[in-house]
Ligand binder design. Structure first.
Ligand SMILES: Cc1cc2nc3c(=O)[nH]c(=O)nc-3n(C[C@H](O)[C@H](O)[C@H](O)COP(=O)(O)OP(=O)(O)OC[C@H]3O[C@@H](n4cnc5c(N)ncnc54)[C@H](O)[C@@H]3O)c2cc1C
Length: 263
């Protein structure tokens, strides 16, 4: 490590001032502290968001859940109202990493980090969720911009994420055995306006698959998924899986997700 200062603001307003002046937000530290230890990141000041109670609240507002940026994965996994009304979201949170990661990792940190294999971005995108910041509201379709890149401006803080509750939804992932990050993850959600399908782990960032969405809007069945050709040319190929394998996983996992969403 190297010298840095640590601030512990008690309000979003104070945290926003510190972040605007160059302070780096610290959520659960599950990515940031590891990056600092590896010297991939060297902030001079950390702004610990852990003392801001309003950032950790989870509430149901009409037909949506508003989840504070500092809600830990375990908070979402164990939230009775989310389990009842949006079980796919609670289930996703319950399968992130291991117990330590779920106890410390936060939804805001996961979404701000936008790891190309993270689970939450697929739920955010498939839900057509809204990312609420200290400055504005950003639609999920505009938020994720590829590898570790988002629409957040320098110093902008995520305060909450608003998830409209779908009619049906499911998340399927084939996890990488060591980290539990998905090799491929598929989140699908059905709303009155149509089906949204978001894929994580397969490309250089989370993305929607309009071919699958069109097919599922015609017929919400596993057979409809089988008829969609998945183009492997833009998918990742690495020591864990080839692009062709990932393309096949998208089909298989989407079929399973549809079958499970149907119950
Ligand atoms: C061993 C291991 C296994 C994991 N497995 C999975 C998995 O299976 N699936 C999965 O999805 N994830 C997985 N993760 C990631 C984990 O879920 C965390 O969400 C992720 O590491 C981010 O950590 P954090 O929330 O503690 O944020 P931090 O590490 O504190 O912050 C991450 C980044 O986001 C910024 N940031 C944090 N909060 C805000 C905010 N409110 N506004 C703006 N910027 C902010 C920080 O400045 C930093 O750049 C795993 C992590 C580990 C270490």
């Amino acid at each position: 490590m190297y010298p840095f200062t640590l601030e512990r603001p008690a309000s979003v307003a104070d945290a926003a001032k510190l972040a605007a002046a160059g302070g780096k937000p610290l959520a659960g530290g599950q990515t940031l502290l590891a990056s600092m230890k590896l010297r991939l990141s060297a902030p001079e000041q950390l702004v610990d968001l852990g003392g801001i109670t309003e950032l950790a609240t989870i509430k149901k507002e009409g037909d949506a859940f508003v989840i504070g940026a500092m809600a830990r994965h375990l908070d979402v996994a164990n939230h009775a109202e989310i389990q009842a009304a949006y079980p796919a979201l609670a289930d996703l949170a319950s399968r992130i990493g291991d117990r330590q990661v779920r106890a410390m990792g936060t939804i805001g940190g996961s979404v701000a980090n936008n790891d190309p294999a993270a689970c939450y971005p697929s739920a955010v995108l498939a839900s057509g969720a809204t990312i609420v910041t200290d400055q504005r509201e950003i639609a999920a379709d505009d938020f994720f911009q590829g590898l570790f890149t988002t629409a957040l401006a320098e110093g902008e803080l995520i305060t909450a994420i608003r998830f409209p509750i779908p009619k049906r939804a499911h998340y399927e992932k084939l996890r990488q055995k060591a980290s539990h990050f998905p090799l491929v993850g598929v989140f699908l959600a059905q709303y009155d306006a149509g089906v949204r399908v978001a894929i994580t782990g397969a490309g250089n960032g989370v993305f929607r698959h309009t071919g699958l969405e069109d097919a599922l809007n015609q017929r919400f069945t596993p057979e409809a998924v089988a008829a969609v050709k998945i183009d492997a040319s833009d998918l990742n190929s690495d020591l864990h899986a080839s692009a062709a394998y990932r393309a096949n996983l998208i089909t298989v996992l989407t079929q399973r997700a549809v079958a499970k969403a149907l119950g």
